[in-house]
Design a protein. Structure first.
Length: 316
């Protein structure tokens, strides 16, 4: 309960971590999806092989990598650049002939037995090919790194190259069970298109947790209004598909106004009672999880604390 309270019921004064060594061997199975219809079933099949991680990113992320391709060369040196470009030739050929895949899945396998890892990757590749999907097993850590580079760097490159826009993490941690994703994603993209925002979708496919961080213009007076409207629409969609509006990034001020939508009045009342028992003086992390008596954590409070540029006034 204390962990889930996200600092609203008390504080930790000491934490003991246990570290584990990095596995000796790793291999990456890369799946290119042009159609999301089989996504839920595919994720279930991949999880049966017990991957170390199962990550994903969308076509917008790939397009950003292509758009800002030279930036990936920085700090790699001449030999590193040649290797990086060589490793990308198969994907470039595939994209030229068949276009960008809608989604790329990265299933990483790791351990101390290289033979066992290779066997699992080959068996998984055969299983995925039954879905009529393009699948590739990386041959080296350097080759695998190109996919992780795209996953980690593309959005930061976008922020770097597009002036006047800033990241706005408010729908950045939604989670929907994988079997619902083929229907969920088209509806989600439909909502986002209404606002003509630049964004990418990436996350953890194994549990359906996705991070959407649009770029927004905080010199516009309607930015706060868009954040409120978009939050309502996206969270309603998430709840429609029995998901959660937050998975690993906590609720915070930005999501607290919407928690009753997900939990209902009865559970929120329980949250409030527990808060009074543990923190009767309202000291810890005000406005998170439950609204404080002075209104910290309401939608109005959140809107009033969205910092717009050049003293622009909010429109809501």
């Amino acid at each position: 309960m204390l962990v889930g309270s996200q600092g609203t019921l008390g504080i930790a004064t000491e934490i003991t971590f246990k570290l584990v060594p990095n596995p000796k061997y790793s291999k990456l199975v890369v799946v290119f999806m042009n159609d999301l219809a089989s996504l839920g079933h595919l994720v279930d099949e991949i999880l049966r092989f017990d991957p170390e991680t199962l990550e994903t990113y969308d076509d917008k992320t790939i397009k950003l990598a292509v758009r800002f391709f030279p930036d990936f060369f920085k700090n790699k040196g001449f030999i590193g650049i040649i290797k990086f470009m060589w490793n990308f030739l198969p994907e470039l050929k595939m994209m030229i002939t068949g276009g960008f895949p809608k989604l790329i899945l990265l299933a990483e396998f790791a351990g101390e037995d290289e033979t066992l890892i290779n066997k699992r990757c080959i068996l998984l590749k055969e299983k995925i090919e039954g879905f009529k999907l393009e699948v590739h097993i990386t041959k080296s850590k350097e080759e695998a790194e190109k996919y992780w580079d795209i996953r980690r760097k593309s959005f930061s490159l976008l922020r770097k190259h597009i002036s006047g826009l800033h990241t706005a993490p408010f729908i950045d941690d939604i989670i929907v069970r994988p079997e619902f994703l083929p229907k969920f994603f088209p509806e989600l993209n439909g909502i986002l298109k209404q606002y003509n925002l630049t964004y990418t979708i990436a996350g953890h496919a194994g549990d359906g947790n996705f991070h959407i961080i649009p770029l927004m213009d905080f010199s516009r007076s309607d930015t706060a209004k868009i954040i409120v409207e978009l939050s309502e629409k996206v969270y309603n969609l998430v709840i429609k598909y029995h998901g959660s509006i937050t998975a690993e990034h906590n609720d915070g001020l930005i999501r607290t106004p919407y928690l009753q939508k997900m939990y209902g009045e009865k559970i929120i009342n329980l949250f409030e009672q527990i808060k009074k028992i543990f923190d009767p003086k309202n000291i810890f992390n005000l406005g998170k999880k439950v609204v404080s008596p002075d209104g910290v954590g309401t939608k109005e409070y959140v809107v009033s604390h969205i910092a717009l540029e050049h003293n622009v006034h909010h429109e809501i």
